[in-house]
Design a protein. Sequence first.
Length: 421
Amino acid sequence: MSLLDHLSAKLAAVSAQSLKRSLRRADTGTAPRQTVNGRELLMFCSNDYLGLAAEPAVAEALAEGARRWGGGSGASPLVSGHSAAHEAVTDTLARWYAPHIPQARAIGFCTGYMANLAVVTALGDEHTEIFSEQLNHASLIDAARLAKARVTRYGHADVAGLRTLLEASTAQVKLIVTDAVFSMDGDLAPLPALLALANEFDAWLVVDDAHGFGVLGAQGRGSLEHFGLRSERLILVGTLGKAAGLAGAFVAAHTTIVEYLLQAARNFIFSTASPPAVEHALLTSFALIEGPLGTARRANLARLQGQLRAGLVALIERHPRLGWSLTEATTPIQPLVIGGNAEVMALAAALEAAGLRVPGIRPPTVAAGTARLRITLCATHTAADVDQLLTALGRAAAELDASAPPPHADESLAKALSYTG
Ligand SMILES: *Cc1c(COP(=O)(O)O)cnc(C)c1O
């Protein structure tokens, strides 16, 4: 069989399951209102939670950084790519996490995917057992696959299950690996309980705070600040392409761990450092996150979140037959679980026709039968924006409700048949 025929058959299968993905072209920058494929849409899909991607001071700092440092970094960090701007970023992060991690030091990466790969493959050697949470981000799952360590999965937020697994483990080094905020559910990992287990079983806790950084905690330092955690067992991964509004990622951990990553993380050693202009701009982004603007934006996010959540609860109560549900989300990620792939894509298309972009998320990103609209809020949305979304969802729900089959039609039919014998 030719490769092209082979791939065409696979692509046809993807389409048949309503799983085909495609690119959309943004014609303007990231913002609540963005022109996409030539049309302005109200967006509920970016992870730019604080609206910093569109903040003039951040763009200006990026331009200033480019004027000062030029374009790319030219080499990997250990060769010549590590600039004073890079160092200022990791120094700031080391200071931010000093209250949470004794002898904290930070190391930078170009993306969160790379940072996760570095931590999990470098620390997950043959003496290690990795305990990986069921709903972890794909980058952590891929990293665990590449690691030489034994990998054991534990259930979502299942602290008791993890305890049993830790008790049974004979590994020299135990690494618990979890998202802090689950990216498709918007709920928080029980980090205090996980850290208590780490202490009890001499394990280490890798926390991927991609969606907590900038958003959680009074100063925006993320889930460690939110929960008030402090331990040398904490290994924090933060990403800078989401709430920080730019690009990149970091690992903050005890200095010995960071020194080891510098020696052993192949994707740190053999990959070009990020452009210094981005690092320069990150310093402005950090100042905004911890300053009054960040405080005000986090407060607005909390207000919008409350408004959206209340509206979604009311919508679900009005239309019980649709079987829609919410997750335990307590963050700007507020998914509306629909169920089937085709249904969620039809709903996303109806919203898009009404001028709103809310992505439908399907397997394998989420479990089969739990396809969902992943609604994300940005601090620069307005209450009127959230109302517009709720109104459009309300219209779509009313239409679907009018045409939906009675709930559990197949089950009641089966029951009726079994009664009649
Ligand atoms: C987005 C994300 C990443 C990857 O970060 P990038 O900087 O986009 O590569 C890692 N983990 C989680 C939980 C994420 O949501």
